[in-house]
Ligand binder design. Sequence first.
Ligand code: CTP
Ligand code: C5P
Length: 378
Amino acid sequence: MSDNKEDKKQIRVWCDGCYDMVHFGHANSLRQAKALGGVLIVGVHTDEEISKHKGPPVFTQEERYKMVRAIKWVDQVVEGAPYVTTLETLDKYQCDFCVHGDDITVTADGIDTYHLVKEAGRYREVNRTAGVSTTDLVGRMLLLTREHFKGDKEYTVALEHSSNLGTDSTARSPYTGCSQFLPTTQKIIQFSSGLSPKPTDKVVYVAGAFDLFHVGHLDFLEAAHAHGDFLIVGLHTDLEVNRYKGSNYPIMNLHERVLSVLACKYVHEVVIGAPYSVTAELMDHFRVEVVCHGLTPIALDADGSDPYKVPKQRGCFKVLNSGNSMTTEDIVQRIIRHRLEFEERNTRKEKKEIAQMKSTQKEHIKQNGNCEYKAYSG
Ligand code: CTP
Ligand code: C5P
């Protein structure tokens, strides 16, 4: 095998998973996996396999394949990868080893999906990103339907909601009932391209909420990217998004949205907390030549003005058809429609994780005596 390979670039790394509602936790695991070799192949499970082992996915397999393909550290996607990772799969794609986060993944029968590759010594682990999971995001959306999140306190709750969800998890699994995500500058640096536009580059600017980063956003960014050489995405603050979206939006706070957008291969730079109206100052500073917006409605600024007034005056505003009608609200509606199924899925997943953790703890105590056991270090 390629353990003897001297050039790290030759090492082919395999990852697999559901990658449902792809978030920056998934992207961060792929980033770490890619750093262990030179080529990253990602296997994505079908809807049927996921429904059997975990419960129904929120996104279809086609949507999930597309989202993983757009993550900047991914070189190839293998559609319909088996739920239990086999040596045959690794060999078929000439992968040296398989990489997974340090959480527990089991089949419907409670079998570790990585037992074969672990036994063969072809398994490596990376740190799971604490504070974000598909399960947690589904939980946040289900909270949107609760009565006490409506009414006068809407705004306060939205902010509380966007930064604190998931912290009240006592007696929860450390994976699914995860704690709050702690954004650091290091994480932003790791996700960032670190590139500046070349003097000859045509700079394209788009702005928005990009909440629960989805395939509609992806298609839009691909189209915007095609209009120039360097794509800058301006992300509005949580307060601003809440002003024009209302209710308890955004579901993901600004820091989380920054990482989701930075993980996309079409994006070169992000403005964190961009002004709602695209100003002359902003355009001159970044040498923006084209400003784009999709077919979704454009909300006016707080003073009633058109946020694209300046780029329109300069003749560089373009409306793009992403060819995709998905919106963040659609995703929330999908979740609410299948509320019971998802609640059951979350409970089931957590129960399995807790049971698996307890049995690992018991095994550890049996082998090492009653010394301190560290169940989770993610
Ligand atoms: N992963 C991670 N950090 C997270 C969530 C997922 O590192 N916060 C990693 C997992 O460890 C795995 C990969 O992303 O290596 C794919 O995970 P997936 O199969 O989609 O399932 P889950 O781990 O269950 O993801 P989630 O909890 O978000 O449903
Ligand atoms: O709604 P949000 O602010 O997240 O949208 C960001 C940008 O993506 C907007 O320009 C919007 O029109 C575009 N978009 C799109 N197609 C979609 C969803 C969003 O073009 N399906």
